[in-house]
Design a protein around this ligand. Structure first.
Ligand code: CDV
Length: 316
């Protein structure tokens, strides 16, 4: 657009299915293969999916204790993930990685971390918009038990500066909510990164299957444009033990255009040498928040959770 380009070499590492029987070490090998490909393409940062080390276990009914034992990480990095951190440090590539976090005091979060080019963890995000339900639905073909297995994230939507870029994190369902991006854009985010597991069937209502992909991309594209940010989204997709999830990993420009999109439902790396200056252009002009926002008229956004009565009155 105008002025100097600010290139940043960004990769998204989509994962195909992770079977229930797969162990963490085998998954980390796949992450490492994708990291090596990212390096060969010159990437400085890689986005991995939500809950990237295991199958999407909220689909299975089980006790919290069983889920904790089988699927949660007690520390990061740990023995299984250390090879990924070691290689990332050697290759000087930062990354976003989603996993199930068990805290020392026993709380459970759907978490992502952000590392710098030395594989040091510089940021953590705990998922705020948890979809699904907490009770067993025996009539459903599968469960979506995020409300049972995870606490609501307690650290807000934040932005970190790493490798001279301001990066914000969110996870999966968060990408559908305008507030997610706006809170990060108000911290001058330049890139919003996220991972997702999106079942291609909605168990809560009869949503036509083609809308799953449409709404996924619409959310990324609309929010990238309205906030002047790049958005990079990594799927875990394909049929995990017969339960299908959409692919469509993508890198979206602040113009709202998709600049890279996965073609498969398997392990696949997509890459773009993005220009951060495009975002600056939008934030200086059409979405110059300081000049044009009118927060005095946005009060309901924090006063109400659900929709309530209209406020309109007859004009004097
Ligand atoms: N992991 C997710 O948050 N998935 C939701 C599903 C349940 C719709 C999503 O928004 O993609």
């Amino acid at each position: 657009m105008n002025g100097l380009k600010r290139p940043f070499a960004l990769a998204v590492a989509q994962l195909g299915p992770i079977a229930l029987a797969d162990n963490r070490a085998s998954v980390v090998k796949r992450l490492i293969t994708l990291l090596k490909e990212a390096h060969s393409r010159g990437a400085k940062f890689v986005v991995f999916p939500e809950l990237a080390l295991t199958t999407f276990f909220p689909r299975y009914w089980m006790t919290e204790d069983e889920a904790t034992e089988r699927f949660f990480e007690r520390g990061m990095p740990n023995t299984d993930t250390k090879p990924l951190f070691d290689l990332a440090a050697e290759l000087k590539i930062g990354f976003y990685l989603g996993y199930a976090e068990l805290t020392p005091d026993g709380r459970r979060f759907n978490t992502s971390i952000l590392t710098d080019e030395n594989a040091q963890i510089v940021g953590r995000y705990r998922k705020i918009h948890l979809p699904g339900h907490a009770h067993h639905i025996p009539t459903a073909p599968f469960q979506h038990l995020e409300k049972k297995f995870f606490d609501v994230g307690n650290e807000g939507f934040n932005v970190w500066t790493t490798q001279d870029v301001r990066i914000g994190m969110c996870i999966c369902n968060d990408r559908r909510w305008a507030e997610t991006y706006r809170v990060m854009a108000l911290q001058s985010a330049e890139i919003v990164v996220l991972g997702y597991n999106t079942p291609s069937m909605n168990i809560h209502w009869n949503e036509p299957p083609h809308l799953r992909m449409f709404h996924h991309l619409l959310s990324l594209q609309g929010n990238a444009y309205q906030n002047g940010v790049w958005v990079a989204a990594a799927a875990k997709c394909g049929a995990e033990d017969g339960f299908h999830m959409i692919g469509g990993s993508a890198i979206v420009s602040p113009t709202g255009e998709i600049v890279a999109q996965a073609q498969s439902e398997e392990d696949e790396l997509i890459f773009a040498n993005i220009d951060l200056a495009i975002g600056e252009s939008f934030r200086e002009h059409v979405f110059n928040f300081g000049k044009h926002r009118r927060p005095e008229h946005y009060g309901l956004i924090i006063e109400r959770t659900g929709a309530g009565a209209p406020l309109g009155k007859k004009p004097d």
